[in-house]
Ligand binder design. Structure first.
Ligand SMILES: [Ca+2]
Length: 299
């Protein structure tokens, strides 16, 4: 490969600095993962970004701003390209070959066999880490991966572990299923979280509504009670005033009646006295006349 590595690495560094400075939403980087199991220290080129000679992280991660053309390599051996980042952000050999994940054709399985055999500890179950010397040895000049040349690549890289077609296919299928399950679990957890948040918001709304209704009821009750109290006080005041007026009338009437009775009694007494005096005078006059007829003069 005749890439100008120093210049290109410098370009990649400048791009990272720009991303780190938050160079705008239209240029934000995306991260995907190169997998059979996670493939660490593989090479990739963000072709659409113009950034080349990058290596995948320990988890197989790769980062480009524009995913419309990303090329994956093991040294000079080109595995393939993607032209969009899969929705689950994982790139399997099928994605590099350009077939469905359900397809395990010879090209796909041979690529899985190569990646698994390049694992530095010969145990793809714990991830695939490609040693630097294996990358350099696997192909001296740039070429496209050819499933017919699998043994040549393995011999060039002096690999110790060479999984069979069946074993490599099983390992690959298991990891595809694991990624799919992780996606389902993530989706379910997100859905549950959404439901819980919605329920909590609904409950909060109901509680707020109940509190407002109770506050309204309390205010209404307090106003009603205040009205009743005021009415009762006014009624009591009216009753008191009425009672006082009635009592005053009764007292006045009683006084007037008593005065009439007294006056009548006095007048009657005066009549009686006058009658008595007149009667007495008549008696006296009669006595005097009788006495005179009997020759009694005075007493
Ligand atoms: Ca390993």
């Amino acid at each position: 490969m005749n890439r100008k590595k120093t210049l290109l690495i410098g370009s990649a560094f400048a791009a990272l600095v720009l991303v780190g400075c938050g160079g705008g939403s239209s240029t934000s980087a995306s991260t995907g993962y190169l997998v059979d199991a996670a493939v660490a220290n593989a090479d990739y080129d963000c072709v659409a970004d113009g950034n080349f000679n990058k290596t995948t992280g320990p988890d197989g991660s790769f980062t480009c701003t524009n995913m419309s053309q990303v090329r994956f390599r093991v040294g000079n051996l080109v595995l393939g390209e993607i032209h969009t980042l899969p929705s689950d952000k994982h790139v399997f050999p099928q994605d590099l070959v350009g077939v469905a994940r359900t397809v395990n054709n010879d090209n796909v399985v041979a690529m899985a066999q190569l990646l698994q055999s390049l694992d530095s500890d010969g145990n793809p179950e714990n991830g695939i880490a490609i040693a630097q010397e294996s990358k350099i040895a696997v192909a001296e000049t740039e070429r496209a991966f050819n499933p017919a040349d699998l043994t040549i690549y393995q011999d060039s890289a002096s690999v110790a572990y060479r999984p069979t077609h069946v074993a490599a296919q099983q390992h690959l299928t298991q990891n595809i299923q694991a990624v799919a399950n992780a996606g389902v679990n993530t989706g379910t957890a997100a859905a549950n979280a959404g439901v819980n948040a919605g329920t909590a918001a609904a409950n909060a709304g109901v509680n707020a509504g109940n509190a407002a209704a109770n506050a309204g009821i309390n205010a209404g009750t307090a106003a009603a009670n205040a009205g009743v109290n005021a009415g009762t006080a006014a009624a009591n005041a009216g009753v008191d005033a009425g009672n006082a007026a009635a009592n005053a009338g009764v007292n006045a009437g009683s006084a007037a009646a008593n005065a009439g009775v007294n006056a009548g009694t006095a007048a009657a007494n005066a009549g009686v006295n006058a009658g008595t005096a007149a009667a007495n005078a008549g008696v006296d006059a009669g006595n005097a006349a009788a006495n005179a007829a009997h020759g009694i003069v005075g007493i």
